[in-house]
Design a protein around this ligand. Structure first.
Ligand code: T1G
Length: 700
């Protein structure tokens, strides 16, 4: 059982003990029921205290049980709450740490609630694509008011307990910190009210909310405007409205129906997949959690360009002093000036206080002398993406840096093993691939070289968390995980142009699917010349890998993208709106003619399938080669680094949702398409994909 019960001086204390966050698994629910039965049967017990061991009262239902029989197996959470609410003896919740989701609903079923300050109170179910399913939408409005309850339920945002101290949610706030303070306070409170009757029930509190029609109409408009791809927020509004307009039991039935509908939606499955994927990514099977790590008290960055400046900001934002090195003072001044301007802009938007601005700017310094960075615990190289340049830098770093310093490269595609060989300490070399803009994008690809030390890997993964990044481990290959897959995505985008689509149609189709930005707008933002340079290298290294020439012709037309005011689209100065350009469209049509391809009307569905299945197929290959540790890691790369819509869960999750047999069958159709021979093996399923499809299995 994952709950223990002890009786002392007339008070029974039931402690949920289900590490790490006391989630309401079936065993935990059974443990509470057993404790309640024991307390109710024991005549010496006058009152009951319910609490959670450690830093969490209860973080909600056991998400891993969703869509499994255990989720609804009796005693369900609703049954447990009913048992508590209808108990003949008072039940006092002792809230320490997290009371979230089903955990808060459990507390709402108690007759009284005592909390310590700093506890985190939330109904975050909406972030998992569902809504509170054990009375939260019906009870919370009754104790904190309809408006605050609706805000908490639609946003899922935690509220510190002391901010709710004056509401009917808490009967007493107790001083002190930790579970013991909460329990001691609750025991004292329980003794005071042990004989008090009738026992107060939240469900009996009347909801008085005049003019609710206008309020909920406004709430619906607001939610519909921002949550168009998410069904859950809309249902949250409906359920809270039911708390106002329906009798309690009818409101509960309505909430239940909404929950059952939402829990099986693809959006909810995708959001839960992302929740666990984010946490799984930090686990490295052959690097135990207790692997010793190196202290990172200071950092250095080589290169003060866009990437170098952004990387330096990450360290400063985490409170780590960082020195930026450039060989030329002018380049250094320009780079540091850009960093300062970035912080000033953030402060102007009210997202950074003057104090934080001063602190962060104060943590970043510059130098042109390698000797000045010798003592840094980690140095991240962010120089030009060319192996010769990397070689010079790493040979210098090997000479200068103190023993034990981590030597990291921000390379986005190059061979980290080769870079490590430029030093006498390959065990200290690792790839830390930040994504532009480096101070904004959450993804950090941590590229593990063949000789990278396990402590270096563990240290870098820990550092990614400190930098508030999603660290994903990648093996060494051309493009690691993200850029290797985006290559196949971009190839298909080019082929679609040859076959009949135009940039605007492809981007619109992909953005309608949910991508933040289509491939051509993304090229214009990142700079088409960057892709051009990578393709020129690949034409030499992989001559059999055919690409559409359109992207090269575009760069040869001088259309590098937003930075030159023109790329696939035209851009008015200071405006990012993408305006289709006739010369570009004419170039595309001419290219079809040159290739003898008869242009055809291509559906948006085919556009999305060609691009996303190309990602999933390459992802399967990457999994097969062990470059990525797990399918959800690949999804995290795309969700946090490439603007893949989170409510689709990532390319591998989306392929699972479509069904791998259907994916393989669709690929077979593309393999017979009009432009197939130029696409080479693009539509040959990776062995793993074929195997899983044949066996009726999924990536996850
Ligand atoms: N179920 C299962 N595992 C959970 C969990 C949960 N509810 N919450 C956390 N974990 C795991 C997590 O996967 C990780 O595992 C470890 O705990 C530490 O988490 C009926 C139906 C509580 C604020 O949405 O927001 O109740 O990686 O790394 O940063 O209406 O976890 O160690 O193996 O995030 O200190 C509603 C989700 C559920 C809360 C702690 N509850 N959790 O943050 O640690 S639905 C939630 C969180 C529900 C009811 C409905 C956070 C946290 P591992 P962590 P943290």
């Amino acid at each position: 059982m994952t709950a223990t019960t002890r009786v002392n001086d007339g008070i029974a204390v039931i402690t949920v003990d289900n590490p790490p966050v006391n989630s309401m698994s079936l065993a935990a629910r059974q443990g509470i029921v057993a404790g309640m039965e024991q307390a109710l049967a024991d005549a010496s017990v006058k009152a009951i205290v319910l609490t959670g061991r450690g830093k969490s009262f209860c973080a909600g239902a056991e998400i891993k049980e969703f869509n499994t029989p255990a989720a609804f197996a009796e005693p369900s959470l609703a049954t447990v709450i009913d048992l508590i609410e209808n108990s003949s003896k008072p039940v006092v919740a002792a809230i320490n740490g997290t009371a979230m989701g089903g955990g808060l609903e459990l507390a709402l079923g108690c007759h009284y609630r005592v909390a310590i300050a700093g506890a985190s109170i939330a109904l975050p179910e909406v972030k998992l694509g569902i809504l509170p399913g054990a009375g939260g939408t019906q009870r919370l409005p009754r104790v904190v008011g309809v408006e605050l309850a609706l805000n908490m339920i639609v946003s899922g945002t935690p509220v510190p307990s002391q901010m709710l101290a004056k509401t009917a949610l808490f009967d007493r706030m107790v001083d002190g910190a930790g579970a013991d303070a909460a329990v001691d306070g609750a025991i004292a409170f329980a003794k005071e009210i042990a004989e008090k009757r009738p026992l107060p029930k939240v469900r009996d509190i009347k909801v008085d909310f005049p003019l609710h029609e206008a309020f909920f109409a406004f709430a619906r408009n607001t939610v519909n405007a921002v949550a168009k791809n998410y069904p859950a927020p809309k249902k949250c509004v409906d359920a809270v409205e039911a708390a106002v307009t329906k009798r309690f039991d009818d409101g509960m039935a309505f909430e239940r129906a909404c929950f059952i509908e939402l829990v099986s939606t693809p959006e909810s499955k995708a959001l839960r997949h992302a929740f666990f994927g984010e946490r799984a990514a930090s686990k490295i099977p052959d690097v135990p959690e207790d692997t010793p790590t190196r202290a990172i008290r200071s950092a250095a960055v080589i290169g003060a360009g866009t990437m170098g400046g952004g990387i330096a900001m990450n360290f400063a934002n985490a409170g780590i002093p960082v020195k930026v090195l450039e060989l030329k003072q002018e380049a250094l001044d320009k780079g540091l000036g850009t960093v300062r301007k970035n912080y000033e802009n953030t402060m102007k938007k009210g997202k950074l206080t003057q104090e934080k601005f001063d602190q962060r700017v104060g943590l970043i310094s510059g130098t042109t002398d390698y000797a000045d960075i010798a003592d840094a615990d980690i140095v991240v190289e962010a120089v030009f993406e060319e192996m010769g340049v990397k070689e010079a830098v790493f040979k210098k770093l090997d000479e200068v840096m103190k023993p034990g310093a981590i030597l990291a490269s921000n390379t986005s595609t190059l061979d980290v093993d080769k870079i490590a060989e430029f030093t006498k300490r390959p065990q200290d070399v690792i790839g830390t691939h930040f994504f532009s803009p480096a101070n904004v994008m959450k993804l950090l690809e941590i590229v593990r070289g063949e000789k990278t030390g396990k402590d270096v890997l563990a240290t870098t993964m820990g550092l990614s968390k400190k930098l508030k990044k999603t660290g994903v481990v990648s093996g060494v290959c051309d493009g690691f995980i993200g850029n290797r897959m985006i290559e196949q995505y971009s190839r298909q985008a080019g082929f679609l142009l040859e076959e009949g689509a135009l940039p605007e149609q492809v981007d619109r189709a992909v953005e309608k699917f949910g991508f933040a930005m289509g491939p051509f707008r993304m090229g214009d933002l990142a700079g088409n010349d960057i892709g051009y340079a990578i393709r020129k290298r690949r034409y030499v290294e992989k001559p059999d890998m055919v690409y559409s020439r359109t992207a090269d012709l575009l760069v040869e037309m001088g259309r590098h993208g937003q930075k030159t005011g023109a790329g696939w689209y035209d851009y008015k100065p200071g405006n990012r709106a993408a305006i289709p350009n006739e010369q570009v469209d004419a170039m595309i049509v001419d290219e079809s003619k040159r290739l003898g391809i008869e242009r055809r009307k291509i559906s948006d569905e085919e556009i999305v399938q060609r691009l996303v299945f190309a990602l999933a197929n390459e992802g399967a290959q990457i999994l097969d080669e062990g470059i990525a540790q797990r399918a959800s890691d690949i999804d995290m790369v795309y969700l946090t680094g490439y603007g893949f819509p989170i409510y689709r869960g990532g390319p591998m999750c989306y392929a699972d949702t479509v069904g791998l047999q259907k994916v393989v069958a669709t690929m077979a159709k593309f393999a017979k398409g009009p432009n197939a021979e130029r696409q080479g093996k693009a539509w040959v399923p990776a062995p793993l994909l074929q195997k899983l499809a044949t066996e009726g299995k999924s990536f996850s």
